[in-house]
Design a protein around this ligand. Structure first.
Ligand code: DON
Length: 305
C-alpha cells in the first residue's frame, strides 16, 4: 500500500487547529510567552528526499532543547569517548531542570539531554571549538544546508536574566569539577544554542543525518553510523524527560522536544518528521505535537516497534 503522506499531514493539521485544549505556552523564558498558541506546523522529509508539509511549517520558532541533540552530535564528532566519563546515558525520569539527582550522583548528569547534561556538553564544545558560538552555528547551518539560520539574541538574553536554575546547575557542576570553563561563558553558549530559530522544514533537514547513518542531506559524513545509532538511543530514552516512556508508548520514535513547542522525531532509513505547536503539556512537551505524531505513526504504521 502506498501512503499518501500529504493527505495524512493535511488531516492531522486540520484536526489539530480545531482542538480547544492547545496546552500552555512557556513563560518562564519571558520572550517565549509572546508566541501565539494558534501556530501549528508539520513537516516530513523522507529518506529519498521527498518533502511533505502542512500548516505553519515555514515559520521560525525557538528550538530550545531540540538544540541539545545537535550540540551532542558536534561534541561526539570531536571527542567521542571522553564525553561518557562526564555525562551518563540513563533516563532521568525527572523534569528537564531537576537538580536533586545531580547532587546525589556527584555532579554527573543522568544524560546529555537534560539541562545539566547539556551544560556539560556546552562546556566540552567551548573547550574544543576555536570560536564556539560561530562554529556551532556554522555546524547547524551546514546540516540544514541553510545559511539563514541564526541565534535570537533577545531570547538568549531573556533566558539569561531568568535562568536561575541553569546557573544553579552550572555552579553545582563546577563544584564537582565537572565544568572546566567559567560558568558565565558556558551559560552564554548554552543560552545562545537554545535561542536558535528554525522552522519545521529546516529542522527536518538538520536532523536528517540521524536517519541517514550519520550523513547529512548533502551526503557528507558528520558522525559515524554507530554514533548516529547511539544518539538515536539517547533520544528515545531521554528526549522527553519524565515523558520519554509516554512518547515511546504513544509514538514509538526517537525524538526531541523543546519548550518553544518543537518536536523532531525520526525513523532511521525512512524519514524525519518535525512538528511545531507552542502550547505545552504539564511535562513541558508540545501537547498537540505529541498528539500529531501519535496519529502519524498510528496511521502509517511507521515506528521502530
Ligand atoms: O534551559 C532551559 O530551560 C531552556 N533553554 C530549554 C528547556 C527545554 O527546551 C526543555 N524542553 N522541553
Amino acid at each position: 500500500m502506498t501512503l499518501d503522506f500529504q493527505a495524512i499531514l493535511d488531516a492531522i493539521h486540520k484536526d489539530a487547529i480545531i482542538k480547544k485544549n492547545k496546552g500552555i505556552v512557556a513563560s518562564y523564558i519571558p520572550e517565549l510567552a509572546n508566541i501565539s498558541d494558534q501556530n501549528f506546523g508539520i513537516h516530513l522529509r523522507t529518506s529519498d528526499n521527498k518533502e511533505y508539509a502542512s500548516g505553519d511549517y515555514s515559520v521560525p520558532f525557538s528550538i530550545q532543547s531540540v538544540s541539545k541533540v545537535l550540540a551532542l552530535a558536534k561534541a561526539i564528532s570531536i571527542s567521542n569517548q571522553s564525553i561518557w566519563k562526564r555525562v551518563d546515558v540513563e533516563p532521568s525520569g525527572n523534569p528537564f531542570n531537576e537538580l536533586s539527582l545531580l547532587e546525589l550522583e556527584n555532579g554527573i548528569p543522568r544524560n546529555p539531554l537534560i539541562n545539566a547534561g547539556a551544560i556539560v556538553i556546552a562546556d566540552i564544545l567551548i573547550s574544543n571549538l576555536e570560536n564556539p558560538k560561530k562554529d556551532f552555528l556554522k555546524f547547524v547551518r551546514t546540516l540544514a544546508n541553510d545559511d539563514s539560520i541564526s541565534y535570537n539574541k533577545q531570547v538568549a538574553l531573556s533566558e539569561k536574566v531568568t535562568g536561575f536554575k541553569n546557573y544553579a546547575a552550572a555552579n553545582l557542576l563546577k563544584s564537582f569539577g565537572n565544568l572546566h570553563n567559567d560558568v558565565e561563558d558556558v551559560l552564554d553558549f548554552y543560552f545562545h544554542q537554545c535561542s536558535i530559530e528554525m522552522n519545521c522544514s529546516q529542522l527536518s533537514k538538520a536532523f536528517f543525518l540521524f536517519a541517514n547513518k550519520g550523513k547529512c542531506m548533502l551526503n557528507k559524513t558528520h558522525i559515524t553510523e554507530s554514533q548516529a545509532k547511539r544518539i538515536n538511543a539517547i533520544m528515545l530514552t531521554c528526549g522527553f524527560y519524565d515523558e520519554a516512556g509516554e512518547f515511546a508508548f504513544e509514538v514509538g520514535l526517537p525524538g526531541k522536544s523543546g519548550v518553544g513547542g518543537g518536536i523532531v522525531a525520526l525513523l532511521p532509513d525512512h524519514f524525519v518528521i518535525t512538528t511545531w505547536s507552542p502550547g505545552l503539556n504539564k511535562k513541558g512537551n508540545s501537547l498537540l505535537g505529541m498528539q500529531a505524531l501519535e496519529r502519524f505513526t498510528t496511521k502509517t504504521k511507521l515506528s521502530i516497534f
